[in-house]
Design a protein around this ligand. Sequence first.
Ligand SMILES: [Zn+2]
Length: 119
Amino acid sequence: MNRHERCDIVETRLGRVSFDIKPGDDVSRDICFVCEKPATAWWYAKRGRMAHGLADINGQIVLLCEQCFTTEERDGGALIRKFWNAPDLKITKGGAYGDIGEIRDIAGAIKERGNKPTN
Ligand SMILES: [Zn+2]
């Protein structure tokens, strides 16, 4: 992993991912990065199934709850403020969203419970 001393640019991307979680599986690690409440799945109409929300912050994948995901999608910024622990930080928007498939791949990699991701 490269160590960057430059940290004036933070790239965030939002994505949705479906995990094959069975009853009894340990979901205690599925905590929202922003509010630290359980990051449970919610309905993802595009894929016709339940899916979790996640974000890529400079390559670090974190889970988001529905509320924080929706807020982040609309306003942006909460993620980065949390990431830098800087609640008053001014955010300038820029850039573009990357390929969601890429995020899904990474999400699959971090979600190793011994189950295979379903997508
Ligand atoms: Zn949250």
